[in-house]
Design a protein around this ligand. Structure first.
Ligand SMILES: Cc1ncc(COP(=O)(O)O)c(C=O)c1O
Length: 381
């Protein structure tokens, strides 16, 4: 018996997605490869977890009712517009399980968060890749997306986009949603990284689910509250979409701790997220200026709290750059998992001023090392 002959055919070419944020495995290293709130979780977190831990002797509420109420009042929608997930990752997986069948086509910009195409391919979908416009800061190519729309069942948008950090104006996203609605297509909009952007409210489309039947959004507490170890996320959509997804959802998908802590964080601790967003927006200019001065990368741009940039030297890959920076206690995201040409790109986030000093110093030292190696190489040829 060969397991390969028994497994679903869709699974055979599929590999597990690769993610950043592995710095916790290395001691003494500052991890700029993840996009978490640089202040860490609120100081009240251990108490909240302890309070919830007193209730582990029964199943969690299968409907995550209190948590969904908290999310709904935060976004000005009703609890029937909200589905809870064990991280937004669970909802990314659930959406194609409910809406995407074998041979359905989905529009996915490239590069973007790898879980979307992974989840769609698991359902046997065909991915219609639409490259982002590099000359335009890796923004969405509206014309190319709309051209493919008649072929597709759904369109994916990530705002700000992971890994590029590109922040799309609300007006442009709404235009795409409207075009999709006219053509009876679904929109999957990922706002997981948006809450840490200063001026979040001006970009978010959460409240739009009240008027748009084809829109489904996801978000998460992972990044905003720096709690990747707890799995708390959610989706917001029209009642019909949420009801359909609820039918397929895993029972008891959010644990007792996740529901309690998630509810309390949303109700009482959003100031913690806002303070981080403001601090990172202030730090952005300084990081851009100093790191651009090293000429290690193409000029840093964008309004997000992380940067995605091409390494200037034709001899160096992202892997090399990680190796230069690690002995200086700095870990950046090697973007080669997004495929070529992104093996020449790295992503790094903004942190607190002291940690950013470490990043800048590591980049400056690396630039000097690279220049002196290039000089020695020239002398010897
Ligand atoms: C854009 C984006 N969406 C969703 C996720 C999933 O996060 P979680 O499952 O922790 O909510 C991530 C994690 O890296 C992400 O970057």
């Amino acid at each position: 018996m060969r397991i390969q002959d028994l497994v679903k055919k869709e699974l055979l070419p599929i590999k597990r997605p690769v993610h950043g944020g592995q710095g916790w495995r290395l001691s003494g290293v500052e991890d700029f490869s993840h996009n978490l709130n640089p202040y860490g979780p609120p100081v009240e977190l251990p108490n909240l977890v302890a309070e919830a831990a007193a209730h582990l002797d029964h199943y969690p509420d299968d409907q995550s009712s209190e948590f969904r109420e908290a999310v709904a009042s935060r976004h000005g929608v009703s609890a029937s517009n909200v589905i809870a997930g064990a991280g937004s990752s669970e909802i990314i997986k659930l959406f194609p399980e409910v809406f995407i069948s074998r041979k359905s086509r989905v529009i996915i910009p490239r590069p973007t968060f790898s879980e979307y195409s992974h989840a769609c391919r698991m359902q046997g979908a065909n991915i219609l890749d639409v490259p982002l416009c590099e000359v335009d800061g890796f923004s969405l190519d509206m014309n190319a997306m709309l051209e493919k729309l008649p072929l597709a069942k759904a369109m994916y948008i990530c705002n700000p986009n992971n890994p590029t950090g590109t922040l799309e104006p609300r007006r442009k996203v709404l235009e795409l949603i409207d075009e999709c609605e006219r053509a009876d297509k679904l929109v999957f909009l990922d706002e997981t990284l948006l809450e840490l952007v200063e001026g979040y409210e001006g970009f978010s489309c959460m409240s739009e689910v009240r008027n748009r039947r084809n829109l489904f959004l996801i978000s998460s507490l992972t990044k905003s509250f720096a709690i990747p170890g707890l799995r708390v996320g959610y989706g917001v959509g029209s009642e019909e979409i949420v009801e359909m997804m609820g039918r397929a959802r895993l029972s008891w998908n959010l644990g007792v701790i996740e529901q309690y802590v998630g509810t309390r964080l949303i109700r009482d601790h959003l100031g913690h997220v806002r303070r981080a967003a403001e601090m990172m927006a202030k730090e952005r200019g300084r990081i851009k200026e100093t790191i651009n001065g090293t000429r290690l990368f193409s000029p840093l741009s964008g309004q997000s709290f992380f940067f995605f940039t091409r390494i200037n030297s034709p001899r160096l890959s992202a892997e090399d750059m990680v190796e230069y920076l690690l002995p200086k206690r700095v870990l950046v995201r090697d973007c080669s998992s997004f495929g070529r040409p992104f093996d020449k790109f790295v992503r790094f986030s903004i942190k607190t001023p002291e940690k950013n000093d470490l990043l800048i110093q590591a980049m400056e030292e690396t630039a000097q090392e690279i220049r002196s190696t290039a000089f020695v190489t020239r002398m010897h040829v």
